[in-house]
Design a protein around this ligand. Structure first.
Ligand SMILES: [Cu+2]
Length: 295
């Protein structure tokens, strides 16, 4: 015979002997009696457990506890489960949306241009992969801005109103190609053109575009030619330095006009791995689009 350890200290099973009937000890009889009584108590659907205490030399006292909510109907349990799950998912969605809606890139002011030419200078770079130093999405394409002698990942720029802004873009990425050839023309710049590696140009073949710098409200569109695939010293990830890795250099200038907040963006579907190349860095502020505050 096996006696449960729950019967407590001092309890022993009766020895079994050959041919002789086993004698059930008194504490075990008490245990069996209380157990049979407890099964008749309360809600038959209830989940319960019985806590046993040693109540004397051959006596055990059992106390019956119902588990929380065990008396509820199946429908009520399902309702509570579904409501709890919906509340948890709703809270997680709320946190995600709040985080997305409140994360903005830091604003950087353009550096002042030389006193001889009233205006400002803006130096940018475009990279194939922004790297872990700048983002939790190291593989995303991105713009960076030169400020205080360093490259910083932000796409919010502060520029002076009614001024000429001279822009230099170091382009380190390979071509992706434009879907709309119209965007491969330079538009809205001072002098109606731009410079590519020191040579003036008005358009590039659409398939050679890696990114564009465009401020639609100001009518500014500048296509950025890509680094050839066979380049020997491509920059793998930011920060990319023009002195050590293959790149294209695009320069142009535009007028800011009146004060206001203007959106700017890339129009090349350059987000590799995303649906039609337009997800991830193409739809998240701080990578391929941002704002220009003209003040
Ligand atoms: Cu782009």
């Amino acid at each position: 015979m096996i006696v449960s350890p729950a019967l407590g200290r001092g309890t022993r099973a009766a020895p079994e002997t050959d041919g002789a009937a086993a004698v059930t000890p008194e504490p075990v009889k008490s245990f069996m009696r209380i157990l049979s009584q407890s099964s008749k108590l309360g809600n038959p659907r209830a989940w319960a457990y019985i806590e046993w205490q040693h109540g004397g030399s051959n006596c055990f006292i059992g106390r019956r506890f119902e588990l929380l909510g065990s008396g509820l109907s199946l429908f009520a349990k399902k309702l509570i489960g579904v409501t709890t799950a919906v509340a948890v998912v709703g809270a997680l969605l709320g946190l995600y949306v709040a985080g997305w809606a409140t994360s903005f890139p830091k604003e950087v002011s353009a550096s002042a241009a030389p006193a001889s030419s009233a205006g400002a200078n803006l130096t940018l770079e475009t990279v194939a992969a922004v790297g872990a130093k700048y983002s939790s999405h190291p593989s995303w394409v991105s713009y960076l801005v030169r400020t205080g002698g360093r490259w910083q990942r932000t796409t919010d720029f502060k520029l002076p109103a009614n001024s000429v802004v001279s822009v230099t873009i170091y382009q380190f990425d390979s071509p992706t190609g434009l879907r709309n050839p119209f965007m491969s023309q330079v538009q809205g710049t001072v002098g109606a053109g731009a410079m590519l590696d020191g040579k003036p140009f008005n358009a590039i073949p659409p398939e050679e575009a890696s990114h564009t710098f465009a401020i639609p409200e100001l009518g500014v569109f500048v296509p950025l030619a890509g680094v050839p695939e066979e380049a020997k010293h491509p920059c793998e990830e930011a920060p990319c330095e023009p002195s050590t890795t293959d790149h294209r250099t695009i320069t142009f200038s535009f007028r800011t006009g009146n004060k206001g907040r203007y959106r700017w963006q890339c129009f090349v579907p350059c987000a590799a791995g995303w649906y039609f190349g337009n997800g991830g860095p193409m739809q998240t502020l701080g990578y391929m689009d941002g704002f220009i505050d003209v003040v």
